[in-house]
Design a protein around this ligand. Structure first.
Ligand code: HEC
Length: 308
C-alpha cells in the first residue's frame, strides 16, 4: 500500500515537472495575437463556397501570391470542376454547340486562363534534346514561380515560401489565421529591432523577446521589469497586399481586408475542392438516419405491443 502511495506521489511530481517545463517552453517561444474570426461563407455543415469570392481570390493569387508561392496540387482544369471558381453549368452565348462547357477540359474560361497564365510550362525534351517552354493547357498543373527550392530561398532572404495548396489545412485556425496574417501586418513596436528583410506580424508565431533592443533587456538577456514582449513574430514575407493593387471588375471593395478574405476563401477551396460534395453527402446521410430511426422505433412498438 505504502509503495503504491509513493509511486503515485512520484508520478504526480514528474507530471508537475513536465507540465512546468512545457509551459516554460511556451512562454519562451512567445505568443501570437489571437486570430481574427471572419464570417466565412463556407463555414458550418451547410456552408458553400461563394463562386464570386473564389474568382476574386484566384485573381489575387495570380496577380500577387504566385510571384513567390506555388499551388502545385491544383491543375487548371480543377478551376472548372463543379464547385470550382470557373465552373460553367452551361456554355455562355457565342460558344458552338459542340463544346461541353461543364467539362473542365473544354471550359473556355479555364482554357483562356491556362493559355495566358503568367508562367509557362517547361516541357520536353524535344527532338534536339532540349527542354522548352509552352503555354499551359487545362490538364497542366498550375506552374510555380521557381525551378527549385534553392532558387526560391535565394530570392527570399533564405526563407522558403511554402506551397499554398494545403496551407489552410496546415496551420492552426487555418482560414482565420491566413486571413489574419495577410491583413494583420503592423509597424513593429518601438521596443524591438527588426533585421533587414524581416517583417513584424502580430499573428505570426515567433519570439519577439529575441528582438528587444539592448536597453530593454538585462544582463542575462531577459526583458527588464515592466518591459512587455510584443505578441507575434517576424517573417521573411513583406506585406504582400495593399489597397487597390488588384483591380476587381465586380465592384467589390479593393481593400487589403477584402483581398485577404477572398484569397483565403480561394485557398480553402484549393485545399478541399470536394468540400461541398462532402457536406451534401453528410446531409443526405443524416436524413437517412432520421428516417431509419423512425422506422426502427415504429417496428419496436409494433413487435412489443402485445408482450406484457
Ligand atoms: C515576395 C514574395 C512573396 C509574396 C508576393 C507572397 N509571399 Fe507569402 N511568403 C513568402 C515567404 C518568403 C514566406 C516564408 C516566410 C518565413 O517563413 O519567414 C511566406 C510565407 C507565407 C505563409 C506562411 C506563414 C506561416 O505561418 O508559416 C502564408 C500563409 C503566405 N505566405 C501566404 C501568402 C499569400 C496568400 C500571398 C498573396 C496574397 C503571399 N503569401 C504573397 C513570400 C511571399
Amino acid at each position: 500500500m505504502r509503495k503504491i502511495m509513493i509511486n503515485a506521489r512520484l508520478i504526480a511530481c514528474s507530471l508537475f515537472t513536465a507540465l512546468a517545463a512545457v509551459s516554460a517552453a511556451d512562454a519562451a517561444s512567445g505568443e501570437a495575437k489571437a486570430v481574427k474570426h471572419n464570417h466565412w461563407h463556407f463555414a458550418g455543415p451547410f456552408g458553400t463556397f461563394d463562386q464570386n469570392a473564389l474568382q476574386r481570390g484566384f485573381q489575387v493569387y495570380e496577380t500577387v501570391c504566385s510571384s513567390c508561392h506555388g499551388l502545385e496540387l491544383i491543375s487548371f482544369r480543377n478551376l472548372g470542376d463543379k464547385g470550382g471558381p470557373f465552373y460553367l453549368p452551361s456554355c455562355p452565348a457565342g460558344i458552338p454547340d459542340s463544346v461541353d462547357c461543364a467539362n473542365p477540359n473544354e471550359n473556355p474560361v479555364v482554357k483562356a486562363i491556362a493559355a495566358n497564365y503568367k508562367f509557362q510550362i517547361t516541357d520536353g525534351p524535344d527532338d534536339g534534346g532540349e527542354m522548352f517552354q509552352r503555354p499551359a493547357v487545362p490538364s497542366d498543373r498550375v506552374p510555380g514561380p521557381y525551378a527549385n527550392d534553392q532558387i526560391a530561398r535565394l530570392a527570399n532572404n533564405n526563407a522558403l515560401p511554402p506551397d499554398l495548396s494545403l496551407i489552410t489545412k496546415a496551420r492552426h485556425h487555418g482560414p482565420d489565421y491566413v486571413y489574419s496574417l495577410l491583413s494583420g501586418y503592423e509597424d513593429a513596436p518601438s521596443t524591438v529591432e527588426i533585421a533587414v528583410g524581416q517583417y513584424y506580424n502580430p499573428y505570426f508565431h515567433g519570439d519577439m523577446s529575441q528582438n528587444l533592443k539592448p536597453e530593454y533587456v538585462d544582463e542575462q538577456g531577459h526583458p527588464e521589469d515592466g518591459v512587455e514582449v510584443p505578441l507575434g513574430g517576424v517573417l521573411a514575407m513583406a506585406p504582400p497586399l495593399a489597397d487597390g493593387i488588384v483591380e476587381y471588375t465586380d465592384g467589390s471593395p479593393q481593400t487589403v481586408e477584402q483581398y485577404a478574405a477572398d484569397v483565403t476563401e480561394f485557398l480553402m477551396w484549393a485545399a478541399e475542392p470536394k468540400m461541398e460534395a462532402r457536406k451534401s453527402l453528410g446531409v443526405v446521410a443524416l436524413i437517412y438516419l432520421v428516417i431509419l430511426a423512425g422506422i426502427l422505433y415504429w417496428s419496436y412498438r409494433k413487435i412489443w405491443a402485445d408482450a406484457h
